[in-house]
Design a protein around this ligand. Structure first.
Ligand SMILES: Cc1ncc(COP(=O)(O)O)c(C=O)c1O
Length: 368
């Protein structure tokens, strides 16, 4: 039975299906145009159904962070990258227990991770590909020097059934406006050239150079040697992505539908989406924007503060005055966290709820 957005209980995440399809198509076309392998990070949607849409459009495989994500994705995808250090025997053996038909690759930056995943691969008697992770500026994970990276690649080679499959980096430090990224992109390009040359000189040609993010998505082809890219946020986009110009406001496919529950205090309206619906994510990479989300139809109206179940809309710079019971759609600052706060997402065609899907890979999926 189809129903309309007006009938939905709130707060609830809703996705505009036409915008979602457009976002998926645009990145797939970019990959084709530039001969790049698209391996989307599914941490944004955590849904096998959306992963299947990405694969249908030519994605070579998916990227995951957690074992649970990898398990659920292996139901729809035969080529899974876990771009997260496979440290600890519990994590490593859970990854090695993925279906044997699934091609599994991990990214890592330590000998300990190599030993853990090598032991799990031997026990499971399966090959596992390894990307050696480089720190090219984010300073989160990745070896700081090429000598260390090359030593890790050699250690991988010495531990079959592990296979050295390439190098990886994540440009998470490039978060400024798209038109102000050039200096950092140039530095990345220089670092990548040096890395590929050093690996080649060591006789360890990296068959795959894996990088990419949503803020840098449309510049990926300008980065030397990159063969595959892993954007995640681009499926839904969010207020941050729009603010830095990596998408248009009209490309924000994901909103939280909320109801105005109080206008008693002058100058504000209270909606039923607080931190438990919107998260408490700051805007990253932008100086000007504040608040925790803004209205899809009125981007100048922001959620200025929150309690767990209350979001306070700032009406001080608008003449718009909503009534109690009105519905609003809020574009969150950082969509990935908001998706993970929810069990189910409603898919909209216009104002009609056409479908829904679970956020299947949320949580850890521990079997205790
Ligand atoms: C290792 C890695 N690759 C790719 C991505 C995707 O980045 P984005 O969400 O900016 O597209 C992330 C995001 O956290 C990541 O951690």
């Amino acid at each position: 039975m189809s129903h309309t957005i007006a009938e939905l209980e709130t707060p609830i995440p809703v996705v505009d299906l036409d915008r979602l399809a457009r976002n998926l198509d645009r990145a797939a076309a970019y990959a084709t145009t530039h001969g790049l392998a698209l391996r989307p990070h599914i941490k944004t949607h955590k849904s096998p159904r959306i992963a299947a849409e990405q694969l249908k459009r030519g994605a070579v495989g998916v990227t995951c962070a957690t074992p649970f994500e990898a398990e659920l994705m292996s139901e729809v995808c035969s080529d899974v990258l876990v771009a997260y250090p496979p440290v600890g025997s519990a994590r490593a053996s859970r990854l090695a227990a993925l279906p044997s038909a699934t091609k599994l690759t991990v990214a890592l930056d330590s000998l300990r991770a190599i030993d853990d995943i090598a032991a799990a691969a031997r026990t499971a008697d399966r090959p596992i590909g390894v990307y050696v992770e480089l720190d090219l500026g984010m300073h989160r994970v990745g070896t700081p020097t090429l000598d260390e990276a090359i030593a890790l690649a050699r250690a991988v080679r010495e531990r079959p059934p592990l296979e050295f499959a390439g190098i990886a980096f994540y440009p998470g430090h490039v978060r400024e406006s798209v038109d102000q990224q050039q200096t950092k992109l140039d530095a990345l390009d220089t670092s990548l050239r040096a890395a590929i040359d050093a690996f080649d000189a060591a006789g360890l040609h990296p068959a795959v150079v894996s990088g990419g993010s949503t803020p840098t998505l449309w510049h990926t082809h300008e980065l030397s040697g990159v063969t595959e890219f892993r954007p995640g946020t681009y499926v839904y986009n969010d207020r941050t992505t729009a603010a830095i110009g990596a998408c248009a406001w009209e490309d924000c496919a994901f909103t939280v539908l909320a109801t105005v529950v109080s206008t008693a205090v002058p100058g504000q309206a209270v909606v039923d989406a607080g931190t438990k619906a919107l998260g408490r994510e700051p805007m990253r990479g932008t100086d000007s924007a504040d608040g925790f989300g803004s209205l899809l139809d009125r981007p100048d109206v922001v959620v200025k503060s929150m309690s767990e179940e209350h979001g306070i809309l700032d009406l001080s710079s608008t003449s718009w005055r909503p009534a109690v019971g009105d519905k609003v759609r809020i574009v969150p600052n950082h969509v990935c966290i908001v998706v993970h706060l929810n069990d189910v997402i409603a898919g909209l065609r216009g104002d009609v709820v056409e479908t829904s899907w679970p956020v299947a890979a949320r949580g850890r999926g521990y079997d205790l």
